[in-house]
Design a protein around this ligand. Structure first.
Ligand SMILES: NC(=O)c1ccc[n+]([C@@H]2O[C@H](COP(=O)([O-])OP(=O)(O)OC[C@H]3O[C@@H](n4cnc5c(N)ncnc54)[C@H](OP(=O)(O)O)[C@@H]3O)[C@@H](O)[C@H]2O)c1
Length: 359
């Protein structure tokens, strides 16, 4: 039975599964194809797609009816009906999918690297999310690491771009880089790269319950809990904020004042804690949102796409050599397990466990 997992757009606690018509019964329009969604990763990043769904347009990728929305995920799918398109049945693509049994796409610009979904409703959305990569070794896919690709890759690449952006700006003159939600995959990707590449002190800011995990990774020079923000010694700091917790932001800025030389918003893992002082009125560097595509575009120009790709691959390989020491990847199969996994991630999964859903 084909199905889709949907949530109420303005209440992510409300989740349901709906039956879909069997993919074999779908009549495709000219230029459309069907991809079966096989597996995908689920982390706080996907919850953020829901939290910021209206602000950034994430609900528009895979529309649902009435008050419901389909949360996007990074996964692997197989072409099961190429229709009249240039896709080939059986080819596997990595990309952005709904939590559903299949996706109807309108492939444009099909090359050995992949294709772009040219569906009309996706045209106004950021192009990177509309691209699907053919999973060949020529395209950098090592199939032994499919699960890692789905769970970590989009987060690791964000860490890669942040590390490069900080270095490109001489760390804004900071002596320390502080990362909130230090136990998150995006933060520890960045910490891993900063520790390897840069001569700076990396401070992990986390909840009391996740402190032992963060300390155990051995990639943060200091680990501080949210309760102890005011105990931090004065130093020039760059703050990279994955938590998006307004109260912590307020306390940190008020404590360190002008010593905050960079305050960069990246995530909203603490999606239930968005009340606090207006960020623009805080002392120290003005908080601003990180926009990875600008730095990627800059490096494409500075280095050229081949060097950029090679640097990313080198860093990714090094990360793959370490990440299994910290986190176990679990598989959840079928729609009930998918809903349970979604709820676990929504409420904050244990940082040493990550999840793949098998559709
Ligand atoms: N702007 C971008 O381009 C970009 C790209 C990638 C990721 N991001 C963002 O970075 C953030 C991290 O994503 P991720 O997938 O790496 O996360 P993750 O690994 O799933 O993070 C889990 C951690 O987040 C905190 N957390 C999660 N759920 C929570 C809840 N309900 N209440 C309180 N804390 C919770 C906890 O950390 P602590 O206890 O340590 O706080 C937890 O250990 C997301 O907001 C994501 O959207 C942004």
């Amino acid at each position: 039975m084909s199905y889709s997992v949907e949530v109420v757009r303005n209440n992510l606690e409300e989740v349901r599964t709906v039956d879909l018509p069997d993919a074999g019964t779908i009549e495709l329009a000219d230029g459309e194809a069907i991809i079966r969604v096989d597996r995908f990763g689920l982390t706080a990043n996907n919850i953020t797609y829901g939290v910021a769904g209206d602000m950034i347009g994430y609900w528009q990728f895979f529309p649902a009816e009435n008050e419901f929305g389909r949360i996007p995920v990074w996964g692997i799918g197989t072409v099961i009906n190429p229709g009249s398109t240039d896709l080939k049945a059986g080819d596997e693509y990595y990309g952005y999918y709904p939590m559903s049994s299949y996706l109807v796409v309108r492939p444009g610009h099909v090359t050995p690297r992949g294709f772009t979904d040219g569906a009309e409703h996706r045209a106004p959305l950021p192009p990177a999310y509309n691209q699907y990569s053919l999973m060949t070794s020529e395209n950098g896919f090592d199939r032994e690491y499919d699960a890692h690709r789905m769970v970590y890759y989009p987060l690791f690449i964000t860490g890669f771009v942040l590390d490069d952006w900080l270095a490109d700006n001489d760390l804004f003159g900071a002596e320390k880089v502080i990362l909130s939600s230090a136990s998150s995959k995006t933060s520890f990707s960045l910490a891993f790269l900063l520790q390897q590449n840069r001569n700076t002190t990396v401070v992990g800011l986390t909840s009391a319950g996740n402190k032992a995990f963060v300390e155990g990774m051995g990639i943060y020079d200091e680990v501080v809990t949210y309760d102890d923000v005011e105990q931090m010694a004065d130093a020039k700091v760059a703050f990279i904020d994955m938590a998006g917790n307004r109260q912590i932001l307020e306390r940190l800025h008020n404590h360190l004042g002008d010593n905050i030389v960079c305050s960069c918003g990246v995530g909203i893992t603490h999606w239930e804690s968005r009340d606090g002082q207006e960020p623009a009125t805080l002392p120290g560097a003005k908080p601003s949102m990180f926009f990875a595509p600008s730095q990627i575009q800059k490096r494409n120009q500075d280095w050229g796409p081949e060097k950029l790709e090679a640097e990313m691959q080198k860093a990714w390989s090094a990360f793959l050599g370490s990440v299994d020491n910290w986190v176990t990847i679990n598989e959840a199969t079928g729609k009930d397990a998918m809903v349970e996994t979604y709820k676990t991630v929504l409420h904050g999964a244990k940082p040493d466990q990550s999840y793949i859903c098998v559709v």
